[in-house]
Design a protein around this ligand. Structure first.
Ligand code: ZN
Ligand code: ZN
Length: 351
């Protein structure tokens, strides 16, 4: 599998006239080799992991058959040596992941090699998922679903936001997650107005809406899910906002199909919220791709120039955030298929 991926990368390198490629983003290192330790990967006609003695056993286990360099000089030193030894002339590097200091070190140690800045080369390659990757995202989502089902009855007045987050993450770890795919968000009552609130010491109260945004990472692949729960009876406005967000989400999902511009998904959700009078309170884009990273291509926003294709995995997550009042966000994780969006999460939407 990773052999095929490296082949694809080499084809792209050929187009850019690159004879080597230095991979430093951990998700891309994992994607190309299976290696999850610290280090870089250099792809040329062959492939090598550049790491240090702490990770050689792990590299042999995770990436059998791939050469592992772990001598003196650090990861970048190994990479530079590799570039020199294979006679690389033009080597791509990942501008989004390589630090400036790393770039300088690499250039210093391989002065004859022209280092070429690249962006999103592997991220573009990862945008359409292989069937195995879809399975892995679905498996991560199942772990998160199970954790949510277990914790949900405990989410009651008196529990703090932090306690909810800790319990949710504990259940995901017990269920087989490597880690949460991002720090969980539990935003109750007025805190719901902050789309990316940090769970704090606020105790949940009867009548609260509680935004819970969480995901599991397993075998490197992430899930992402948001539900907004009600603690007890809701008032008219809370009900109105929740249903407006749900309708906006369904409107967005309603246009998801291969060939649909990602921006249209955002527009469909936004248009619904405009009709309901909440468009000003929907302050972020409607979604994003999910895979080895919890936020990856394609962006699903008004500015996105991506066109959806079968095999992409995206979220559709409109929200309404009202300062001093609170917020509602609902997030579905879907696979784009010829038959439309296929949900990868099962968590219920009931209030
Ligand atoms: Zn989320
Ligand atoms: Zn998300």
């Amino acid at each position: 599998m990773s052999d095929q991926r490296r082949k694809q990368l080499r084809a792209r390198m050929g187009e850019e006239n690159l004879d080597a490629f230095v991979v430093s983003k951990p998700a891309n290192v994992r994607y190309l080799t299976g290696f999850t330790g610290e280090g870089l990967v250099v792809v040329d006609a062959e492939v090598a992991i550049c790491t240090d003695s702490r990770f050689t056993v792990q590299a042999a286990e995770e990436a059998p058959g791939i050469e592992c360099l772990s001598g003196e000089g650090g990861h970048l030193g190994q990479a530079a040596e590799r570039l020199v030894s294979v006679g690389a002339r033009r080597a791509g590097f990942e501008a989004d992941a390589m630090t400036y200091a790393g770039f300088e070190t690499l250039q210093e140690k391989a002065p004859e090699v022209e280092l070429v800045s690249t962006r999103q080369t592997l991220e573009r390659q990862r945008i359409v998922k292989e069937p195995e990757e879809v399975e892995l995202v679905a498996a991560a989502a199942a772990i998160a679903d199970q954790a949510f089902e277990t914790v949900r009855p405990q989410i009651q007045p008196g529990m703090t936001e932090r306690e909810v987050a800790i319990e949710l993450e504990r259940q995901m770890l017990l269920g087989g997650a490597e880690k949460p795919s991002f720090p969980s968000i539990v935003a109750s009552g007025p805190n719901g107005a902050k789309p990316h609130a940090t769970p704090g010491e606020r105790k949940l109260e009867a009548g609260d809406l509680v935004v819970v945004d969480f995901g599991a990472q397993a075998n490197g692949y992430c899930s992402d899910c948001t539900r907004t729960l009600a603690l007890g009876e809701l008032d008219e406005r809370q009900r109105e906002v929740w249903h407006a967000v749900r309708e906006a989400q369904l409107a967005g999902l309603g246009v998801v199909a291969p060939g649909c511009p990602a921006a249209d998904v955002d527009a469909a959700a936004r248009e619904l919220l405009r009709k309901r009078g909440f468009v000003e309170e929907f302050s972020h884009s409607v979604g994003h791709g999910v895979g080895l990273e919890v936020h990856e291509l394609p962006g699903v926003s008004a500015r996105s120039e991506e066109v959806l294709a079968a095999g992409m995995i995206i979220t559709v997550e409109p929200g309404v955030y009202i300062k001093g009042w609170g917020g509602v966000r609902l997030e579905e994780l879907v696979l784009v298929t010829e038959d439309g969006p296929q949900a990868l999460t099962r968590a219920a939407y009931d209030l």
